[in-house]
Write a protein that binds this ligand. Structure first.
Ligand code: NAD
Length: 311
């Protein structure tokens, strides 16, 4: 039987790409309920779905910040049966916290974190009762590692990761699977919106040094980071579908050296030191990277030795 898939935030980016890829699955394994907050934005999805529209893909309204819209959407699905839930809807926020309002920050938490919680409050009880279901959460590498001027966004994704890590233990008891997908930079609307908002930001509440750091270092390098490291939404969708994802799954191998820093030093100083040097002391990056590689070599040699049979 076909598996019912519900995906949030399908008007663009990863949600759209994944919905279309699953709807076009050659083995016809999925019936996709591609949802979006605003149905007026459904055209790109309709176009990409083509012949699959109305067959293996249906478009429905769902706002992750509105409990009633989640309930209405789930109730409209036959037997309320959702085999695979993909929590994808999300938003970014960059800049110095002095220049952001608490309301803006709350909107990010409400969408990225409580959006997931609202979905699960509606869908998890059914999955538990059936003792089957797979919950795929589009988190981020920023769910495990913070980055300059992404304080609140990183916090929202850390919240997602902590929540899922707790829930995964209970889920196992009910034979449910949870997978956190952690993309690095992906070239989507998200990246464009965040950059534009950053460019428009009123920096008058920040001191001169902070404002310059944001404009002349962060924003100046932003596009280049996405150009050199960025994946496409289709790449990410492909990776999610190709492999049966483990609990944590980073999609961007170009980014893994950065996240590895976190695990290389349990004290947490190493990644902060390297990020600092990358941002403020370009000339020292080279020697810092070399030390990092030496450390990794040392660690891998140690674990290799431990794996050797004793003589
Ligand atoms: P995107 O902006 O194209 O997609 C996000 C979608 O979420 C949009 O269609 C938006 O309309 C929708 N959305 C926002 N608020 C919503 C709400 N209240 N209810 C329903 N839908 C809502 O960007 P994307 O890159 O495809 O983002 C998808 C996910 O990937 C997000 O969770 C994002 O945090 C995550 N992510 C993105 C990147 C990146 O660099 N683009 C990197 C890592 C993780």
């Amino acid at each position: 039987a076909r598996r019912n898939v519900l995906i949030t935030g399908c008007s663009s980016g990863i949600g759209l790409a994944l919905a279309v890829k699953m709807a076009k699955d050659e083995q016809k394994r999925f019936k996709v309920y591609a949802t979006m907050r605003n149905l007026a934005k459904k055209e790109p999805l309709e176009e990409a779905a083509g012949q699959r529209l109305g067959k293996t893909l249906e478009i429905k309204q769902l706002d992750v910040c509105d409990e009633q819209s989640i309930k209405a959407c789930v109730n409209s699905i036959p037997d309320r049966r959702i085999d695979v839930l993909v929590s994808n809807a999300g938003m970014g926020l960059i800049g110095p916290i002095e220049c952001q309002t608490i309301e803006e920050m709350k909107t990010v938490m409400d969408t990225n974190f409580f959006g997931l919680v609202r979905l699960l409050k509606e869908i998890l009880p059914d999955m538990k009762r059936r003792k089957s279901g797979h919950i795929v959460i589009i988190s981020s590498v920023m769910g495990i590692q913070g980055i300059l001027f992404n304080d609140v966004y990183a916090a929202s994704k850390f919240a997602v990761e902590g929540f899922c890590e707790s829930l995964a233990i209970q889920a196992l008891k009910f034979k449910l699977q949870l997978s956190l997908i952690e993309p690095g930079p992906v070239v989507t609307e998200f990246e464009r919106k965040v950059f534009e908002d950053g460019m428009k930001m009123d920096l008058s509440a920040a001191d001169k040094e902070t404002a310059e750091m944001f404009t002349n270092i962060y924003l100046k390098n932003y596009k280049q980071i996405f150009q050199s490291l960025g994946q496409s939404a289709e790449d990410v969708a492909e990776i999610i579908l190709a492999e049966n994802p483990p609990f944590r799954h980073q999609t961007n191998t170009l980014y893994t050296p950065m996240t590895t820093l976190k695990y290389a030093d349990p004290n947490g100083d190493l990644p902060i030191d390297i990020f600092y040097k990358m941002v403020f002391q370009h000339d020292k990056v080279f020697s810092a990277s070399l030390n990092f590689i030496k450390l990794l070599r040392w660690r891998s040699r140690k674990s290799f030795d431990l794996g050797k049979p004793s003589q």
